[in-house]
Write a protein that binds this ligand. Structure first.
Ligand code: CP
Ligand code: NVA
Length: 336
């Protein structure tokens, strides 16, 4: 297994074996970090991080992981670079890849990160686009494997708006690795049919079962994982909140729904989350629509089934694995 020189743009580009390799490497690097064992696999390299949308977890994960691997980091946000307005993506790719060993991109359409990769001479990593968020899925799967001890055969339910980056990427990841995936959403909120077709092909190989349901209580029956995401994503207009609340409130993850899942079910969320009024948007929308919480209630979020902070920590270990594997010749070794 050698992923050196590869881009990491979407999970569809990787085999199940390659994804398992990245998860094993992340587990190994996590164990080393916890034990204080240095793992400077990319000593003296440099990476550029382009963020056209805001971030806490992804930016910090790339930065800390890069430092742990021995690399320098340059952070570029839209207000301090020429990208898009004065310089094309193709030109940016050629300039940055003459100076850096790898480039992370978070932004809008998937075609932008694909173009960046096409014109870049160094690996490009997708830090979230409208369509996909592949590094998040690695963290989610590492967390599930740590919790349950296995991935194949896990019953995974995604509740809410399944048309966007999280619903899409989780469906692809489950189909590739053999987790049974249910998207539970109102009509019109399911993933694009072409992507579903590709996932059906992957599911034939992995043995995953793909289901699409409009009935929350039925969907979560026997679920090991109940996952949700915000109802309005970055880059979407504020005006869509009303339509989303009307459509998605029946899909809110609350105690009643969690009780309908398997006894040992866990709750997961990529974060950030609107589970109370302690954020500006959570407060504004909550007060406007008379809701204490949006996609998940405070009780579930703070309850003992939630593993959201373990999941957030694993962003760093998995992103580290992606950078190490694509920039260096990592040994093909199991966890120490
Ligand atoms: N989950 C995630 O990508 O978080 P950030 O937006 O904070 O990076
Ligand atoms: N769907 C969310 C995911 C955030 C990690 C968004 O794109 O804003």
């Amino acid at each position: 297994m050698n992923l050196k020189g590869r881009d990491f743009l979407k999970l569809l580009d990787f085999t199940a074996e390659e994804i398992f390799f990245l998860l094993d490497l992340a587990a190994e690097l996590k164990a080393k970090k916890k034990a204080g064992i240095p793992h400077r696999l990319c000593e003296n390299k440099n990476v550029a991080l382009i963020f056209e949308k805001t971030s806490t977890r992804t930016r910090c994960s790339f930065e800390v992981a890069a430092h742990d691997l021995g690399m320098g980091v340059t952070y570029l946000d839209p207000s301090c670079s020429q990208i898009g307005r004065k310089e094309s993506i193709a030109d940016t790719a050629r300039v940055l890849s003459s100076m850096f060993d790898g480039i992370e991109y978070r932004g809008y359409g998937q075609e932008i990160v694909e173009k960046l990769a096409e014109f870049s001479a160094v690996p490009v990593w997708n830090g979230l686009t409208n369509e996909f968020h592949p590094t998040q899925i690695l963290a989610d799967f590492l967390t599930i494997r740590e919790h349950f001890g296995y991935l194949k055969g896990i019953n995974f339910v995604y509740m809410g708006d399944a048309r966007y980056n999280m619903g899409n990427s989780l469906m692809v990841g489950c189909a590739k690795l053999g987790l049974n995936f249910t998207a539970c959403a109102p009509e019109g909120y399911f993933p694009d049919e072409k992507l579903v077709e590709k996932c059906r092909e992957e599911a034939k190989k992995s043995g995953a079962i793909l289901r699409f349901s409009t009935n929350p209580e039925e969907a979560v029956r026997n679920a090991h994982v109940v996952y949700t995401d915000v109802w309005v994503s970055m880059g979407e207009p504020f005006e869509v909140w009303r339509e989303r609340i009307d459509a998605l409130l029946p899909y809110q993850v609350n105690e009643k729904l969690m009780r309908a899942a398997s006894e040992d079910a866990v709750f997961m969320h990529c974060l950030p989350s609107y589970h109370n009024h302690e954020t500006a948007i959570g407060k504004e929308i909550g007060e406007k629509f008379g809701l204490e919480a949006l996609e998940v209630t405070e009780e579930v979020f703070e309850g003992k089934r939630a593993i959201v902070f373990e999941e957030a920590e694993n962003r760093m270990h998995t992103i580290k694995a992606v950078m190490a594997a694509t920039l260096s010749n990592v040994p093909n070794s199991p966890v120490d």
